[in-house]
Structures are given as structure tokens and as C-alpha cells.
Design a protein around this ligand. Structure first.
Ligand SMILES: [Mg+2]
Length: 191
């Protein structure tokens, strides 16, 4: 079967990594409990920044956010590796900007994720993901972002959502914890 994964905040804990980085860079001590209650994906409002200031800060720190020591979610590396070992095809579909694509692919490998170079899709807009997912005829796809998930309603692909504080309003089956996560049985009975 073909499995597709978003990367940021689906397989790796990028926002929280950025949150700690923002605290350090801005000399603040914003409580992590506030972060965990955020209802939107962007984190800058916790630091008293406007949307514009927030986007500027994110863009100026992007390289550092992406390529330092952002941890994978517990169990994520093992989960994806087990699928690969079981003979499934693994695809990554990320909207990270084009200039970071090659380095992101390398970084994922370094972290222990199984990556086949031509099964790595990067640099597209959120809404373009749905098209790629359809073209690839993925059987299963995982993402966290409401704007992406909304475009996948009614798709032939089975969609799972990584549980986050900002996607509580959506109704897809959730991955709370990669270590404990199990695919619904019908997924694995196909093929
Ligand atoms: Mg994501």
C-alpha cells in the first residue's frame, strides 16, 4: 500500500520546537500550557506579535527552526520504518519552501526516517497537496493542518489527522500518539 505523510507537526514536533526557540530569542518565558491551548497553528500571538511581525519572525528563523534539533514525535520514526519494512511505499508531502527541500530530505534521513528520493514531494502550496495525493493514489495519508485536511474530505485516500489543539473541530480519525497508534484493520486488509 501507499502511505503519505506530512512532516511538520505530523511526524515532528516543529511548532513546539519553534515555541522554545521564540522564548529564547525574545527573552521571554511564555508558559507551555498556553501553547498547548492555542487554537491556531501560528504561535506568534503568545509573544504579543501581530500577524505580520509573526510571519517576519518565522521567516527570519526558518532555517534554524527546520534544521536544528527539532524532535520527532515519540514513536513516529519507528512507525514509518515498520511500514517500510512491511513492504509499503512511503511518500512525504510537505509544503516547506522550495529552497529547503533538499536539506529537509537529508535531515529526515539523518533523523532515521526511511526516505526514497523520488517519493519526496516538497515546496507546494497547501491546496496542491490534495492534487498530488490524488495523482499518487495514496491509500492512506496523515496531516495535521485544517486547511489541508479540509481539501481531503471525500477523497479516496483514507485520511488520518495528527491530533493538535488547532484541529479539534475537524472530524477525521486521530493519531494521538504514534507509539500507540494502530491503523484501522480494513486499511491493512486491502492488497
Ligand atoms: Mg503539518
Amino acid at each position: 500500500m501507499k502511505f503519505g505523510f506530512d512532516i511538520d507537526d505530523t511526524l515532528i514536533n516543529l511548532r513546539e520546537h519553534a515555541f522554545h526557540l521564540y522564548n529564547r530569542k525574545l527573552g521571554k518565558q511564555v508558559d507551555i500550557a498556553l501553547f498547548r491551548e492555542l487554537k491556531r497553528l501560528e504561535i506568534h500571538e503568545l509573544f504579543g506579535l501581530t500577524d505580520e511581525q509573526g510571519h517576519q519572525l518565522w521567516n527570519s528563523l526558518m532555517e534554524e527552526i527546520y534544521f536544528t534539533d527539532c524532535p520527532a514525535f515519540e514513536g513516529a520514526v519507528d512507525f514509518v520504518n515498520q511500514l517500510a519494512k512491511d513492504g509499503h511505499s512511503i511518500f512525504y508531502i510537505t509544503s516547506r519552501p522550495k529552497q529547503y527541500c533538499l536539506k529537509t530530505r537529508w535531515w529526515l534521513k539523518e533523523r532515521g526516517f526511511p526516505v526514497i528520493d523520488h517519493q519526496f514531494y516538497c515546496g507546494m502550496k497547501d491546496r496542491e497537496k490534495a492534487e498530488i495525493i490524488r495523482k499518487l493514489e495514496l491509500d492512506v495519508y496523515f496531516d495535521d493542518k485544517p486547511a489541508v485536511l479540509e481539501t481531503l474530505k471525500g477523497a479516496n485516500t483514507k485520511v488520518y489527522m495528527k491530533d493538535q489543539s488547532y484541529n479539534k473541530q475537524l472530524h477525521f480519525p486521530r493519531v494521538y500518539n504514534w507509539k500507540a497508534f494502530q491503523l484501522e484493520k480494513w486499511n491493512l486488509q486491502q492488497n
